[in-house]
Design a protein around this ligand. Structure first.
Ligand code: AMP
Length: 223
């Protein structure tokens, strides 16, 4: 079973996906995190994608799709997989349909975390990331227990290179132009669940959880 998180940068996709992973036994697959991992490891892929990521642009579809297919084929899938950050273009959504059909995987729902742009800007400004394990924090809304240190692995928290004002502007522009059309794409397939994600993390999670519980039952019944 596959779940998709759709939303602007800073909408809370990673944070909400982490909670679902904990409570439902799903596995979160973040294409952004897989690409950052490749950059940290200094692989050929990492070197190829670094420029796109730092500028806040999308990495070409075939490169991201390759990473995703490898991860889905060989990695843990738990009770289901949450795709955090894929698809980001209609072309990627079409590639995903082919992957799902090939493996007989079912897309249960697309959770669209809807947030006004001013909230996104506030969130991204305070975001901190653990380069060791990928966990995300926020200096005000989701602080770590020890300032500057990851709760999960003790790694030193950093500001992501694409959380600079210039890259944030670019990522929002890319979201409106290339990713937002997916809202209509998945609405047309009756898979879209719009969730108001402008509130506190816990409040948004209650809404996410209730949608997932309902859709999960539906998905199991459809088998
Ligand atoms: P994220 O961690 O989801 O915010 O992704 C960080 C960056 O990784 C994005 O700004 C893109 O440069 C790249 N990226 C992640 N997922 C995709 C995708 N599905 N398609 C293209 N680029 C992506």
């Amino acid at each position: 079973m596959i779940w998709i998180f759709l939303g602007a940068p800073g909408a809370g996709k990673g944070t909400q996906a982490e909670r679902l992973q904990r409570d439902f036994g799903f596995v979160q697959v973040s294409t952004g995190e897989l690409l950052r991992e490749a950059m940290r490891a200094g692989t050929e892929l990492g070197n190829r994608v670094q420029g796109y990521i730092t500028r806040g642009e999308l990495v070409p579809d075939d490169l991201v799709a390759g990473v995703l297919i490898e991860r889905l084929t060989w990695g843990e899938t738990g009770n289901g997989v949450i795709l955090d950050g894929f698809p980001r273009t209609v072309r990627q959504a079409e590639i995903l349909e082919q992957i799902l059909a090939k493996h007989c995987w079912q897309l249960c729902a697309v959770l669209y975390l809807d947030v006004p742009e001013e909230v996104v800007l506030l969130r991204l400004g305070g975001r901190r990331n653990c380069p060791q394990c990928g966990a995300n924090y926020h200096v005000v809304a989701l602080p770590p227990k020890v300032a500057g240190r990851c709760d999960r692995c003790g790694g030193e928290l950093v500001v992501r290179p694409d959380d600079t004002p210039e890259a944030i502007r670019k990522r929002l522009e890319v979201f409106h132009q290339q990713t937002e059309p997916l809202v209509a794409f998945y609405s047309g397939k009756r898979l879209l669940e719009r969730i108001d994600a402008s509130g506190e993390v816990d409040e948004v999670y209650q809404a996410v959880k209730s949608v997932v519980s309902r859709r999960w039952r539906q998905c199991l019944a459809e088998g």
